[in-house]
Design a protein. Structure first.
Length: 247
């Protein structure tokens, strides 16, 4: 059983965040260790309260992680620039591990999950990690790049712009666009940049936790030795299985 480290925020319903990752690990057969950076109070109406765990405690959590057992990392919502810097520092200390970064800025129903300055810290610290894969939706990618919007025909170019920060790969998800969901993968492959587009029919309904599921699914597959492209395909299948069950 290959272990995944989940770093992020709690959710009372466990339909997102570290609680969901624990559930998904049971499904994928991966042991899950957790580092809680913030505790959220949120429901179907949005975020009602958010408490950042103090940095000293998060630092001790990270020190308590059995790093030799960890095979991949999944990072979700981090509440402040200081939390981002601390987590980025520890990821950089373990370059053999792929870290899948889900740059969560808001909850699906609404409400901020990060403080002022966190976005800039993501750009300057997380997005520079050579062992990291970032999985933003179009709104998150637009915020990172300082763009008002990203259209369907701009996805490949936007993914390449994100990759230029120094990441090893980008998965730009287009589930919020009209029509069938479209994800674009851009990754460094030796002396070139490889691009791949994946499209599948939309599953009707309003869904939450899809970004968390995709990111954890990728981390789980990478922990088990999959390539980045195969990890994305495995994660997409996991998302679709869960959505099909919910429907």
């Amino acid at each position: 059983m290959r272990a995944v480290l989940s770093i992020g925020t709690t959710h009372p319903w466990n339909i997102a965040g570290v609680g969901l990752d624990i559930q998904l690990g049971q499904r994928t057969g991966n042991e899950v260790f957790t580092v809680v950076a913030a505790v959220s109070a949120q429901d179907g109406n949005g975020v009602r309260a958010l408490h950042a765990v103090d940095l000293a405690t998060v630092r001790e959590e990270l020190r308590c992680v059995p790093w030799p057992q960890i095979a991949a990392i999944r990072v979700g919502a981090l509440p402040s620039a200081e939390h981002v810097a601390l987590v980025a520092e520890h990821i950089a200390m373990h370059p053999r591990l792929n870290a899948v970064l889900d740059p969560v800025l808001t909850a699906s129903p609404g409400g901020a999950l990060v403080s002022a300055g966190t976005l800039e810290a993501m750009r300057e610290r997380m997005m520079r990690l050579e062992n990291a894969i970032v999985t933003p939706n179009l709104a998150e990618a637009g915020a990172i790049l300082g763009r008002r919007s990203i259209e369907r025909d701009e996805m490949d170019e936007a993914a390449r712009a994100l990759l230029a920060f120094g990441l090893c790969a980008v998965v730009l998800t287009g589930g919020h666009l009209d029509g069938d969901p479209r994800d674009v993968l851009v990754e460094r492959a030796r002396d070139r940049i490889r691009s791949e587009t994946l499209v599948a029919p939309r599953i009707p309904g309003a869904h939450r936790g899809t970004g968390c599921t995709l990111a954890f699914g990728m981390a789980a597959a990478l922990a088990d030795g999959a390539s980045i492209g195969d990890a994305l395909r495995s994660a997409r299948a996991l998302v679709r299985d869960r959505l099909g069950e919910a429907g």
